[in-house]
Design a protein around this ligand. Sequence first.
Ligand SMILES: [Fe+2]
Length: 202
Amino acid sequence: MSTHILALGRSSFGNPANKGHLLSNEDAQALLNEWVPNERLRLHMKQVGAVMKAWALEREGADELTARKWEQAGLLHDADWEKYPDSHCRIIIEKLEELNVDPEVIHCIASHGPKYFGVEPENTMDKMIYVFDELSGFIHAAALIRPMRYEGMDVKGILKKLKTPSFAAQVSRDDISDAISRINTPLEEIIQFIIDHQKDVQ
Ligand SMILES: [Fe+2]
């Protein structure tokens, strides 16, 4: 992430009266297409959205609305990154507040990089977006250099690349360790989950 990013300077987001209100899938997709011309960044956001949704359904026993909340936070978490790198993620937060989106979705987006935005992950959704964000991008970078992409990819290979500082050097290993230290699931299990759930996202 850009080192120029300023902390958000607040810890409360959205309006509690908007609880349960999400963008329609079509509107979320349209926002993504309009704000993020870069196809690779768009794919990253779709992958994080898909992994978040799958985790909510499979591991948290979430109902449909809750799973959509997780998905929407993942899908939109970097929406302002390309056009406003120095104001990431303030701009998308303000946009979602204006659109009356559920405050939990906005807080989740605000807490996806505590070191940068100054917002601590509180609930499980917050903690998981922090866990998935960098790792998802890292695993995709690993897939791109394999002839068979995700096919036959294993956890061991990813762990080895994490220990190789020159591979995807921009991915902060410190952020990954910090994120993992906040949850009760081992890194290996998270890596396998990401491989399984983002391989078919297009
Ligand atoms: Fe991201």
